[in-house]
Design a binder for this molecule. Structure first.
Ligand SMILES: [Cu+2]
Length: 295
């Protein structure tokens, strides 16, 4: 009883300190220093809070394990160090059943816990929407991106980042990067395809990347929730100009999205970019020569 009351009194300063410390934290710090949380309480996509939650919680658990382990290590090193005048081996300890069970069971629980939470979050993030509001087809190529707006039947074709001759060394002309425009609040399904080698579609602030593999279609399902421009890049070394394989994702209002689609139509970008420009024309099931034809 007395102990309980003391604990309760102790909880007040602890909670107050915690509140003050956390209140001083920026959104970025609270979310484990992941990008995309600065400047707004609105999450960038419907998945970013889930990703940040898994990341931050894992870090906290692992840091506690780390502090306990480092503490015990340093304690053992200091207490059991060789003193002046000591000779020979110290007392050798072995077959301590309780300790051995402890250091087998605790890591097992940790690994199973991390696995369970990761599997839970991954299945939520990877769940496909049966009827997405917007369907996009992304075609990766050495060294840029083409975007098909499937329902609207328009496209935009990209080129690799262009050097800015007036800028600093390594500067690029931002306005000439390929742009994927998405309406805010809409459930988007992005089909990822490659024209040549393996690439990886990475929108940094979406906290998500996925490999783009020739001959295979990967899917990304996401609802962008904050209007803004988000940098994207290829995250799989794909050749000489991999570093120039940049793009931007612009999340805009529905009206701005409709206007953008119209502008593509006005520019003559009607229809869909197909496999015609694929460098790989010999994938299984396409026009690879068979033995009968080739002999
Ligand atoms: Cu690439």
């Amino acid at each position: 009883m007395r102990k309980n009351r003391r604990l309760r009194w102790a909880a007040i300063p602890v909670a107050a300190t915690l509140a003050i410390v956390l209140a001083g934290c920026t959104q970025t710090q609270l979310n484990g220093f992941l990008p995309g949380f600065e400047g707004s309480d609105q999450p960038v996509t419907n998945h970013t809070e889930r990703v940040a939650g898994l990341w931050t919680t894992s870090w906290i658990v692992l840091l506690i394990v780390g502090i306990i382990t480092w503490g015990l290590l340093i304690w053992a090193v200091v207490i059991y160090r060789r003193r002046k005048g000591q000779t020979g081996l110290p007392v050798q300890l072995r077959y301590n059943m309780p300790i051995e069970i402890f250091y087998t069971v605790v890591p097992l629980i940790l690994v199973l816990g991390f696995f369970a939470f990761t599997a839970r979050d991954q299945s939520a993030i990877e769940a496909r929407d049966a009827s997405p509001d917007v369907k996009i087809e992304v075609l990766a190529k050495q060294w840029s991106w083409d975007f098909n707006y499937v329902d609207e039947d328009v496209y935009s074709a990209g080129v690799q980042a262009q050097d800015d001759p007036d800028g600093a060394q390594g500067a690029i002309i931002e306005s000439e990067l390929p742009v994927l425009v998405l309406p805010v609040g809409a459930s988007v399904e992005i089909a990822l395809e490659s024209r040549d080698v393996v690439h990886s579609f990475w929108v940094i602030d979406f906290l998500y990347k996925k490999d783009v593999i020739p001959g295979k279609t990967n899917y990304m399902t996401v609802t962008p929730e904050r209007i803004g421009t988000y940098a994207g890049k290829c995250a799989e070394l794909c050749g000489e100009y991999h570093s120039l394989m940049l793009f931007n994702v612009e999340v805009v209002s529905q009206a701005d999205y409709d206007a953008y689609i119209e502008s593509l139509r006005d520019a003559g970008n009607e229809g869909q970019l197909g496999t015609d420009y694929d460098r790989n024309q010999n994938l299984p099931g396409t026009n690879a020569p068979t033995i009968e034809e080739g002999h």
